[in-house]
Design a protein. Structure first.
Length: 277
């Protein structure tokens, strides 16, 4: 028996606007979590700050309880790449913290992540974060003109591969994804170049674009908590992510306060906000 590809969900403008509401709540919650990420703070305390913003807005966490995940954010430190569980770890000067979170507003999801370097940054770690962040924006900018989803990964890979100095690896086991009425949906959004074009980009598609880069080998494993992904060689990692919508007028970064205007400007791309109905 032949099985088809997972069905892609196409959102109406009204549904994209609901996702924008979720994205703005998420951006505020990430702002608060980032501000709380100071030397001496525990990752559990940062999770509580994030959760308080969601509660104030009446939004739901799409992380807590997801396949049993126990918190509202993933807090991954240093060699932890993604899916770290907040707890008693006390942040130290120079730690590289990835804060990944999301929320739901009236059934519609948002998902976004940032890398925060606590206290004084090692220049190599700062470069890692900066390159990862720009790789994300280059992927988003490519979406504005892309005919196929695979062109997002092409743009990310081409940029990272062209960097001089210490080589950075792009994780291949963890990728971006479609998003909408669920957090993880079709299609996968690869962060690297392959021979596969992926599905055609059409209005109504929404994506979580999230490159994850490491300073060493891209080989990883999952800890005994069955969540936290760490690099095999102990190298530090960075993650940046935004939720992005495609509509008839263009693209719109739903989890950025300004809709992606500042991040896209260097590439000559202007986001196209939808007007409230």
């Amino acid at each position: 028996m032949a099985f088809g590809q997972p069905k892609i969900e196409y959102k109406s403008n009204a549904q994209i606007l609901k996702m924008r509401e979720a994205g703005l709540v998420l951006a505020e919650a990430l702002d608060a979590a980032e501000a709380a990420a100071q030397v001496g703070t525990t990752t559990a305390e940062i999770d509580a700050v994030f959760a308080a913003v969601l509660k104030r807005h009446g939004a739901q966490s799409n992380f807590k309880g997801y396949h049993g995940f126990p918190a509202t954010i993933c807090a991954s430190v240093n060699h932890e790449v993604v899916h770290g569980i907040p707890g008693g770890y006390v942040l130290a000067d120079g730690d590289v913290l990835k804060i990944d979170g999301g929320c739901i507003v009236e059934g519609w999801h948002s998902d976004s992540a940032r890398t925060v370097i606590v206290g004084t940054a090692d220049p190599a770690d700062q470069r890692l974060s900066d390159v990862t962040q720009e790789a994300m924006w280059r992927g988003i900018a490519a979406l504005a003109e892309a005919r196929f989803v695979g062109q997002i990964g092409d743009a990310i890979d081409d940029f990272v591969s062209a960097q001089e100095g210490e080589p950075l690896g792009i994780l291949e086991d963890y990728v971006g994804h479609g998003i909408g009425s669920e957090m993880h949906m079709a299609p996968d959004v690869l962060n690297y170049r392959t021979g596969h074009r992926g599905p055609r980009v059409k209005p109504g598609m929404c994506f979580a674009i999230e490159p994850m880069l490491v300073r060493g080998s891209i080989e990883t494993h999952v800890l005994q908590d069955e969540w936290t992904v760490v690099t095999d060689d102990g190298a530090r990692a960075s993650q940046w992510e935004h939720t992005v919508a495609v509509h008839l007028g263009g693209i719109w970064v739903l989890s950025a306060h300004d809709g992606g205007e500042a991040g896209l400007a260097p590439f000559g791309v202007k986001p196209s906000p939808l007007q409230k109905l």
